[in-house]
Design a protein around this ligand. Structure first.
Ligand code: UT7
Length: 336
């Protein structure tokens, strides 16, 4: 069995900044409410016609990650694309990236685990490398939330949280043992499918039906979230799954150099920080600037932390995510 490590990171954020004040002009909300309940100050939204899509943003992030990995696009053996907002129903967004970056024939696979998507994708990459099947794997998390958000007061709980953006990592075979990706723990609990969900279009309610009815009361094609329930489950599952990763590697919370939680809500990250008695410099948060970018949040945060010199050789980096499904997971990395 081989080990794997992350050798290149990249991110892409659309230029258009949407502040809390911008949102308060459209919906009944306020700067105070958003900052106090979520920690978010601004987020990015693509603008119709600016050329950005989930795949194009993923490709931009991937280009940087590949360059920093010091490999060429020709050397990518597998593309894993985590998203809940793919460009099209079919095909998946991974093949769009392959086309944009001129990556020669190789498998491309989309991973649809919402906020946990990047952690699931990293675990998948790690397994393919462990078995020796592939050497260089491009892992992308990219989202365009803005197009599917109910930008009225009805959708305000969701509208203020989510943002657009992309992050990418190149995962490759490691020559050393005892470092790189040390473990992944993944979980799902399908009984909670209805608590965080975007129902339509679906196999019983196709686009034609939605369009023909044109019902202004129909919000089924917008995301729905039982915020309080998601919040409660998130804090307990984050704690549990981080402990799983630490225990598996006989590590303690004080050994963590940097925890990069999925940027769901600053209050969730702060709760987790307090639970593990971590210092501020042991937890990375950038939700203030980008909002919750679901599958993209961890690779954007990891890239930004790395760019700021906060991820170095020998560091213990812990990634943890929770989201729709419910599904959640953690990854423990000894950075090489
Ligand atoms: O990405 C992974 C999954 N997502 C998460 O982990 C998010 C988890 N949940 C949350 O972050 C929080 O539950 C929210 C930020 C979504 C909501 O915060 P909350 O403290 O749970 O508020 P709430 O939903 O209980 O609503 C409290 C009040 C309600 O008004 P009433 O009924 O007390 O009069 C809401 O209607 O706040 C109202 N409200 C708002 N007010 C101003 C809800 N959204 C807004 C808003 N602006 N944007």
């Amino acid at each position: 069995m081989y080990n794997s490590k992350i050798v290149g990171l990249g991110k892409f954020l659309p230029e258009n900044i949407v502040t809390n004040q911008d949102l308060a002009k459209k919906i009944d909300t306020s700067e105070e409410w958003i900052v106090e309940r979520t920690g978010i100050e601004e987020r990015r939204h693509i603008v119709k016609g600016d050329g950005n899509t989930t795949a194009s943003m993923g490709a931009e992030a991937a280009k940087i990650a590949i360059e920093r990995a010091k490999i060429s696009a020709n050397e990518i053996d597998l593309i894993l694309f985590a998203t809940l907002s793919p460009d099209y129903y079919m095909p998946g967004s991974g093949v769009f990236v392959q086309n944009i970056l001129n990556i020669p024939t190789c498998p491309a696979m989309d991973i649809r685990n919402a906020c946990s998507g990047f952690v699931y994708a990293i675990a998948t990459a790690d397994q393919f490398i462990k078995t020796g099947m592939y050497k260089n794997i491009l892992v992308i998390g990219s989202e365009t939330q803005s197009g599917a958000i109910d930008m009225t007061t009805r959708g305000r709980d969701i509208a203020v949280i989510f943002g657009d953006g992309a992050g990418a990592a190149v995962v490759t075979k490691s020559e050393s043992s005892g470092s790189g990706i040390l473990s992944s723990h993944l979980y799902s609990e399908g009984e909670h499918v209805d608590e965080l969900v975007m129902v339509a279009p679906n196999t019983n309610k196709w686009v034609t039906e939605i369009v023909s009815k044109n019902d202004p009361e129909d919000s089924s094609y917008y995301p729905y979230m039982n915020g309080k329930m998601v919040f409660k489950n998130a804090v307990s599952r984050f704690e549990e799954v981080i402990n799983k990763g630490l225990d598996h590697n006989s590590l303690e919370p004080e050994n963590i150099s940097l925890l990069i939680p999925h940027q769901a809500n600053l209050r969730i990250s702060q709760f987790v920080q307090r639970k593990f008695k971590l210092r501020d410099d042991q937890v990375y948060n950038n939700i203030m600037r980008y909002g919750n970018t679901t599958a993209a949040s961890i690779p954007i945060a990891l890239t930004e932390a790395w760019e700021e010199g906060k991820v170095n050789k020998g560091d213990l980096i812990v990634l943890a995510a929770f989201g729709a499904g419910f599904s959640w997971g953690s990854t423990v990395i000894r950075w090489e």
